[in-house]
Design a protein. Structure first.
Length: 103
């Protein structure tokens, strides 16, 4: 019983931390996108070289990749929480349920 409770608590903590990380990454992505747009404008005005534009675009892609990874980790953490709470779902049961509801 204590192990099950510990699994649930660990999954809840991991889910909360992941949500905080996703929120922070969303803010960072928004900021770096703005910086990349500013870099493109400055390049168009002839104030900076193209290397700076490329660096800012690379930063956008790196953060977007981190955000996507964190979101997928959030889904996996949610699945772990669901399983720790007892789950009660199996692919065979889902197929039987769908077939039973079919006309």
């Amino acid at each position: 019983m204590l192990v099950a409770l510990q699994d649930v608590e660990n999954a809840l903590v991991a889910l909360a931390r992941n949500r905080e990380r996703v929120e922070a990454l969303e803010n960072a992505v928004e900021s770096v996108r703005n910086a990349a747009q500013l870099a493109r404008q400055r390049y168009s005005a002839g104030l900076i070289d193209f290397q700076s534009v490329l660096d800012s675009e690379r930063s956008v892609l790196v953060l977007e990749e981190s955000l996507a990874s964190s979101r997928s980790n959030g889904v996996l953490t949610l699945i772990r929480l669901y399983k720790a709470l007892g789950g009660g779902w199996s692919p065979q049961a889902a197929v039987r349920s769908v077939n039973k509801d079919a006309p």
